[in-house]
Design a protein around this ligand. Structure first.
Ligand code: ADP
Length: 453
């Protein structure tokens, strides 16, 4: 059987034990109205049946005591329901005493019926069995309470029967005692199953509370991290822009620099741009994580965005010995995208095509195609390519393909941001590639309007 306490510490286990006990007592009192009404109806029938057959004084006293006990049980139930802070041990004690008294009153029935005909005595035995079975369903959440009812209700008349010295009573007594044993066994099984189910339920509740607390704490920490990252990125960007601006100024306008110094300045500027790139990537990523990435879609001529990007990357391609073929900037298709973000997407794909290429390779911007309300733009390179496994991993944040030249500058977040940007703009990205032969990265963005047929 599953151990309900396996994931709990001592304090939580104690708490579960307390809750289970309280639930068991609640169940007892919840069942009390049924027990009271049922036994009142049955005992009244028995009293009616025995009237005239047995000593009326005994019958009246017995029935009167039964009514008093019943009223006391009703009063206890009302008090229990009204009590706010319950001492459950006390209430179990009281219940056990009332169950014992109820059992005694049931147990004396055969003694009162001794003078009645044998059929009536058999009926009384049948009634005792019925009341015990009913008691099993109402008292079974606690074995000791049921036993407190069962022993006087069956063992007492059983012993009385043995002393009657005739076959009918002897057999009846044995049957009654056997029945009592079976009842205790059933009650134990039921109570154990119930207790275990309650333990599991309360353990799960506590674990769920801990889980929710841990999730809240993690969310708060995550949010704080995103806010910190985004504000830090802002702080870093401002001085970086100044460093870059002044490095460019010195490089362009300071004629007193010798060749070596000019080279140093150029290195400072390149490293600065790389750093700024990183900072921008982190800023975008932080915004993305905090769900604060904003998109302002407008009608854009895709060719214009492509043209600007081609102009930016052409010098880099030339420097890297890569041929850039542009079949897309002449395209007149209008799409609905955020212009700056669309440029960021194209630039990322073009610069990756150049970075992850081979000497003398090429990057081609294919002529855009129109497909089902979307414009499809593909960028093909003749570079190092990707395996199927690598293709599924490269869109994850900070994922750089192991085995690709680690000297190639990059952070591994470009494609993740690109794919998220496209999703925000209602588009998507995909890749087809063959290791060693090259890759085609394609994007689809929504068309401004359906082309006229
Ligand atoms: P970065 O280029 O800054 O590392 P990206 O997110 O843009 O980050 O790319 C993730 C990884 O995907 C890269 O590190 C590279 O290994 C692989 N990759 C991207 N584009 C290409 C490409 N055109 N050809 C081969 N591998 C690529």
């Amino acid at each position: 059987m599953q151990n309900p306490f396996k994931d709990l510490n001592q304090k939580d286990s104690d708490c579960v034990v307390e809750k289970v006990f309280a639930a068991q007592v609640d169940l007892l009192y919840d069942q009390l109205p049924i027990a009271v009404i049922g036994s009142l109806a049955v005992v009244s029938c028995v009293a009616f049946m025995l009237a005239g057959l047995v000593s009326s004084t005994m019958l009246i006293v017995w029935y009167f005591v039964f009514i008093v006990v019943t009223l006391v049980r009703c009063w206890l139930l009302m008090r229990y329901r009204h009590e706010q802070k319950r001492d459950y041990q006390y209430w179990v004690g009281i219940y056990t005493v009332s169950a014992f008294l109820g059992g005694c009153l049931v147990g004396v029935m055969p003694i009162i019926a001794t003078d009645a005909p044998i059929e009536t005595q058999s009926f009384v035995l049948f009634v005792i069995a019925g009341l015990c079975a009913g008691g099993l369903s109402t008292h079974a959440s606690m074995v000791k309470v049921f036993t407190a009812f069962l022993i006087p209700a069956t063992v007492a008349p059983g012993i009385w029967f043995f002393y009657q010295n005739d076959q009918y009573h002897l057999v009846s007594g044995m049957v009654l005692l056997l029945f009592a044993l079976l009842m205790v066994r059933s009650c134990r099984n039921y109570a154990d199953t119930l207790e275990n189910a309650l333990k599991l339920q309360f353990s799960n509740e506590i674990l769920n509370t801990h889980l929710a607390e841990a999730r809240d704490a993690a969310e708060t920490a995550y949010e704080a991290k995103s806010v910190f990252l985004s504000s830090m990125s802002h702080e870093l960007r401002t001085p970086m822009s100044a460093i870059l601006g002044f490095a460019q100024l010195v490089e362009d306008e300071d004629d007193s620099l010798n060749k070596e110094q000019s080279e140093y300045m150029s290195q400072i500027r390149k490293a600065g741009w790389h750093l700024l790139d990183l900072i921008n990537g982190i800023l975008d990523f932080a915004k993305q994580e905090a769900d604060k990435m904003e998109i302002f879609p407008t009608h854009v001529r895709l060719g214009d965005a492509v043209d600007e990007c081609v102009k930016i990357v052409s010098p880099i391609a030339k420097q890297s010995g890569i041929t850039l073929k542009d079949n897309a900037s002449s395209c007149d298709v209008e799409v609905v995208v955020d212009y700056m973000r669309m440029k960021q997407v194209i630039l990322n794909l073009l610069s990756n095509g150049i970075k992850y290429n081979r000497d003398g390779g090429s990057v081609t911007l294919e002529s855009p195609e129109i497909r089902d309300g979307f414009c499809y733009l593909a960028i093909t390179d003749t570079g190092i390519g990707l395996t199927p496994q690598q293709m599924s991993d490269i869109f994850l944040p900070f994922n750089r393909v192991a085995g690709h030249d680690s000297k190639i500058e990059g952070t591994g977040i470009g494609l993740n941001i690109t794919s998220n940007l496209l999703e925000l703009m209602g588009g998507r990205i995909g890749v087809e590639s063959k290791e060693g032969e090259g890759s085609t990265f394609w994007v689809e963005v929504p068309l401004a309007e359906q082309p006229k047929k």
